[in-house]
Design a protein. Structure first.
Length: 43
């Protein structure tokens, strides 16, 4: 279950990141994607 927040400002700054391992060669840099659609502030 997702966390329940008491106000709109609590989850801001906690946008989830997802590892995009298919875009990076083995031993290369870690590439992350920011999941903005889960960001309630939209920024």
């Amino acid at each position: 279950m997702a966390p329940i927040h008491d106000g709109i400002s609590q989850p801001i700054g906690h946008t989830p990141l997802m590892r995009l391992s298919a875009l990076s060669p083995e031993g290369g840099a870690t590439i992350l994607g920011k999941l903005e659609y889960l960001n309630p502030g939209g920024v």
